[in-house]
Design a protein around this ligand. Structure first.
Ligand SMILES: Nc1ncnc2c1ncn2[C@@H]1O[C@H](COP(=O)(O)OP(=O)(O)O)[C@@H](O)[C@H]1O
Ligand SMILES: O=C(O)C1=C[C@@H](OP(=O)(O)O)[C@@H](O)[C@H](O)C1
Ligand SMILES: [Mg+2]
Length: 176
């Protein structure tokens, strides 16, 4: 049987994982899942409310549980920006799919997320939180990625088109 690998989108909050992932799924005609949306749906609470009621560790456990339950059947997954923090998550993604890192600069992230209060980890002073967490996570994004794509100045459609070209250079289907 010929099976497609799962395509995981990783990157910082605001890098466009949810937007680009949904479009990529549509263009490639593959099933799409946004991990945050799935967690919100299953738990009946917003991400903000989950963090408020139970804390970050609890959310991270939900995230890992969900990642473990995703069948490796070749869909597009938009992860949350913190998924790379756990080694277990990085390993799970590496074993089951192709990891696509959507890069965005600090300035671009700030512009995109200005006025957006849906991300609890940016609830403080946004510039400061973005800078701090981005510098902590950058090495994890780059070391985990199979493909890295710059997104500043590109529309989601342009990014999907570049991405599909890059995927052509990679064997992302396999026989099993
Ligand atoms: N390539 C892009 N150019 C401009 N704005 C974008 C781009 N990709 C996403 N956005 C916008 O940035 C915000 C965050 O996008 P989102 O897909 O939720 O990112 P993530 O899932 O990585 O946090 C949304 O308002 C979205 O419309
Ligand atoms: O970077 C993070 O730690 C988080 C990113 C969010 O997803 P997006 O990257 O889609 O915003 C969401 O999972 C949660 O707020 C935590
Ligand atoms: Mg998202």
């Amino acid at each position: 049987m010929y099976q497609m690998k799962t395509l995981y989108l990783i990157g910082f909050m605001g890098s466009g994982k949810s937007t680009v992932g949904r479009l990529l799924g549509k263009v490639l005609d593959l099933p799409f899942m946004d991990m945050d949306d799935e967690i919100v749906g299953v738990n009946g609470k917003s991400i903000n409310q989950i963090f408020k009621d139970h804390g970050e560790e609890y959310f991270r456990n939900l995230e890992t549980g969900l990642l473990e339950s995703i069948p490796s059947q070749g869909g597009v997954i938009a992860t949350g920006g913190g998924v790379v923090l756990r080694e277990k998550n990085r390993k799970l993604m590496k074993e089951t799919g192709i990891i696509i890192y959507l890069e965005a600069t600090e300035t671009e992230i700030l512009t995109r997320l200005k006025g957006d209060e849906s991300r609890p980890l940016l609830a403080g002073k946004k510039e400061v939180e973005i800078r701090k967490r981005l510098s902590q996570r950058l090495p994890l994004y780059t070391e985990t990625a199979d493909i890295q794509i710059k997104t500043d100045g590109g529309t989601p459609e342009q990014i999907v088109s570049v991405l599909i070209d890059r995927l052509k250079g990679i064997e992302y289907g396999h026989t099993c």
